[in-house]
Ligand binder design. Structure first.
Ligand code: F6R
Ligand code: MN
Length: 187
């Protein structure tokens, strides 16, 4: 008799490694992140080929009702005094939300609404982050190891990076060995 029980894809909850289905992988290097870090001189002096983060996601259909599942692995590091972070984005379809789950490492999730009001959530193993629609989001690695977080989001959400070309309202820096959030005066 033909089995009706299929093997689903898997994720290793400790490391975020995905297996059992085709993956799409993208690595973002320091050279791909102009104007992202506050200290432009330090960014120019860094190695543009240095990987900052890698996103691995299951290949899956897109369109109304479909979800994407992906893991971001964000390396530890600093540009000047500012921690390594993802570029950060609003969703192109602003009303679409997303959920992040902390897997390993230590960091922060920076959230910012359309009025420019920003807040930070601690990301650690098991943390659950419900990102509502109309909220930009960026991961920041404040630890010494890789920060990995699982994300699930509607495939039609899309990404809008341009809306944050001026940057977020908070920057997270290391000062005297401590993690500090600094408000940015824009304009
Ligand atoms: C998808 C999502 C994550 C990020 C990833 C990389 O909506 O939020 O999968 O895309 O963490 O960050 P960005 O896209 O800001 O470079
Ligand atoms: Mn997103």
């Amino acid at each position: 008799m033909k089995s009706v029980i299929y093997q689903p894809p898997y994720m290793n909850w400790a490391s975020g490694a995905l297996r059992g289905a085709p993956l799409i992988c993208k690595t973002t290097h320091l050279g791909d992140l102009p104007s992202v870090f506050a200290n432009d001189i330090a960014w120019r002096q860094s190695d543009p080929r240095q990987p900052v983060y890698r996103v691995e996601m299951f290949e899956s259909p897109s369109g109304e009702g479909y979800l994407y599942t992906g893991v971001t692995h964000l390396h530890p590091g600093l540009i000047g005094d500012e921690y390594f972070m993802t570029r950060g984005h609003f969703h192109a379809r602003r009303e679409q939300g997303e959920i992040y789950f902390g897997l390993c490492g230590e960091g922060l999730l920076l959230l910012q609404d359309e009025q420019g009001k920003a807040r930070l959530e601690q990301v650690s193993t098991g943390s659950v982050h419900i990102i509502p629609g109309f909220t930009a989001h960026r991961l920041i690695n404040t630890g010494s190891g890789v920060l990995s977080a699982l994300a699930v989001w509607p495939s039609l959400a899309g990404h809008d990076y341009a809306a944050l070309a001026q940057g977020f309202a908070l920057r997270v820096v290391e000062q005297g060995g401590q993690v500090q959030a600094k408000e940015v005066q824009n304009g």
